[in-house]
Design a protein around this ligand. Structure first.
Ligand code: NDP
Length: 329
């Protein structure tokens, strides 16, 4: 069975040389474990941080060892009560065709309710990040003007639509191509969107939100966060979700206008989705309902074949994806 190892640590953008496709024996599940044949795996921005040898909220990947991450697969052998062959489970042993997974780390999912891919995207970790970030962390209220960066990605596409469906006065998005901007406005119902590569973010945001913004959902950091600081109305609130503009550079760019937070009495809150498990029930009901009735739309960018997982990951970091980036196995 094939799996992907970390061959070396990248500096700057990763390259395919940082990964190695390895042939390994199919694992034998121990007591309390399942043998899972993976169907689809996630490639996520936070994995870039795990490629560095740096202390963080999650341990670094180890050179010469298999990578890991979210995946959905089918149980092909079970040594655990409550799981049977044929069950489909969400777990954390991605980047490999076969995984021996502790039953405690496997969550059954129902492919009859939603396609398996959705459990890694719109109805999974990224979707819940959007929901918790907007509602729990930024304290979104009906009538707010909301700005979402990275808006055409897995998290951003959901964040902007939750804001719209919950009664935002105006939803503005930024993304890195004309195609993504059209997707936001024409398909997802954003009121305005701009390509951040077309000119200074601060100018484009000021034009798209002439009366200022109340909430900023930050996926990008750097000049996007700086632009939001300048556009914020008094008592504005930011959910600091990620800062992808700084993930592949050893020399991060920070916001220069943080001083504005004082006079505007802003709240800037970082968060990790793992701390927001309490929203899961409400998230699943509300977002699941919107997906089912078609009021919330989403895309996925699917790459086929585990051997192409490194290029899918690198492509995602460079903006090749619209919606959730996934690899089918
Ligand atoms: P996306 O699907 O949004 O993919 C990443 C996107 O980032 C790319 O498609 C690209 O789109 C954009 N991007 C890359 N480089 C830059 C840049 N220099 N400036 C602006 N945009 C850039 O990923 P996710 O939706 O999975 O994640 C979005 C953010 O949310 C990330 O920052 C991630 O780390 C964070 N996150 C945080 C969590 C938490 O618990 N706090 C949980 C999950 C995600 P484009 O073409 O627009 O440039």
């Amino acid at each position: 069975a094939r799996e992907i190892h970390l061959a070396s640590r990248p500096t700057g953008y990763p390259t395919e040389a940082n990964f190695e496709l390895v042939e390994a024996p199919v694992p034998t599940p121990g007591d309390g474990q399942l043998l899972v044949r993976n169907l689809v795996m996630s490639v996520d921005p936070y994995m870039r941080g795990r490629m560095n040898d740096a202390e963080s909220y999650i341990a670094p990947f180890r050179v010469g060892e298999v990578l890991e991450g979210g995946a959905v697969g089918e149980v092909v052998a079970s040594n655990a009560a409550g799981f049977a062959v044929g069950d489909v489970v969400l777990h954390f042993a991605g980047w490999r065709e076969y995984a021996a997974v502790d039953a405690a780390g496997a969550v059954p999912v129902d492919p009859g309710v939603a396609p398996v891919n959705a459990y890694l995207g719109v109805l999974g970790m990224p979707g819940m990040t959007a929901y918790a970030g907007l509602l729990d962390v930024a304290g979104f209220r009906e009538g707010d003007v909301v700005f979402v960066s990275g808006a055409a990605g897995a998290v951003g596409q959901v964040a902007g639509q939750v804001a719209r469906l919950r009664g935002a006065k105006r939803v503005v998005g930024s993304a890195g191509s004309a195609e993504k901007v059209a997707y936001l406005v024409d398909e997802l119902g954003f009121d305005a969107a701009f390509n951040y590569k077309d000119g200074p973010v601060a100018d484009q945001l000021a034009a798209a939100a002439p009366d200022g913004i109340d909430v900023y959902f930050d996926n990008v950091g750097g000049d996007h966060l700086d632009a939001a600081l300048r556009s914020f109305n008094a008592h504005g609130r930011a959910a600091l979700c990620g800062s992808i503009s700084n993930y592949n550079t050893p020399d991060p760019v920070g916001p220069r206008h943080l001083g504005l937070a004082v006079g505007k009495r802003l709240t800037l809150r970082g968060f990790l989705i793992g701390d927001h498990e309490h929203v899961r029930g409400e998230f699943t009901r509300e977002v699941g309902g919107w997906v089912a009735d078609g009021s919330l739309r989403y895309r996925e960018t699917v790459t086929e074949g585990i051997e192409h997982a490194p290029e899918a990951f690198i492509g995602m970091l460079r903006g090749d994806n619209i919606g959730k980036a996934l690899v089918t196995l």
